[in-house]
Design a protein around this ligand. Structure first.
Ligand code: ADP
Length: 167
């Protein structure tokens, strides 16, 4: 009899404030590696986000609706605990430049030490998005700049509106 193989679950955690083309590219590529990919939206108490966790979850669900094995949820606390809860054995992170590497290596080693069954894999950014970050998108939008090249078309008006509300 054929043994039931365990579902391969990956977690892609981040702030996604807001989701950019760079994030979406990592989601699309890693959704092909796993049976199920969970995008984990961090409810970070130390940063004051532009969008609430609920809003960020909805925005990501909207732009990933064509990817049936992608699930989006928010989490608070330690990533290792969230991964255990979700039965995920692999964390996915994107690497843009050497400047990302030092922090990412430290986090991956910390998480692996806390939870030896949990590994981190890195996908290198598509060169088209290597310069792109949520913080740059927020900054450009706050000063009324055009952000259409940085985020999906469903996201740009929401960022503009949020920045208007705040000013
Ligand atoms: P965090 O606060 O956890 O870094 P981010 O939302 O900024 O959250 O990023 C989440 C993940 O996506 C990180 O692994 C980050 O390196 C990656 N990432 C961010 N922007 C890009 C991009 N333009 N291309 C590829 N990966 C990216």
């Amino acid at each position: 009899m054929k043994e039931k193989t365990e579902e391969k679950i990956g977690i892609y955690p981040g702030s996604f404030d807001p989701i950019t083309w760079g994030h979406l590219d990592i989601i699309e590529r890693s959704s092909k590696i796993f049976d199920r990919l969970i995008v984990g939206v961090l409810t970070n108490r130390s940063k004051k986000p532009l969008f609430s966790a609920t809003e960020r979850v909805k925005m990501i669900q909207n732009v990933t609706s064509g990817l049936p094995n992608v699930q989006v949820c928010s989490f608070a606390g330690l990533l290792v605990d969230f991964a255990k809860e979700q039965n995920a054995k692999v964390i996915v992170r994107g690497l843009r430049a050497v400047t990302d590497f030092e922090y990412e290596l430290q986090m991956a080693q910390t998480n692996h030490t806390m939870c030896p069954g949990l590994d981190t894999i890195f996908l290198t950014t598509d060169v088209r998005y290597a310069y792109l970050s949520s913080s740059v998108v927020r900054e450009v939008a706050e000063f009324g700049g055009k952000i259409d090249a940085f985020v999906p078309p469903e996201i740009a008006p929401l960022v503009r509106e949020k920045c208007r509300e705040r000013s």
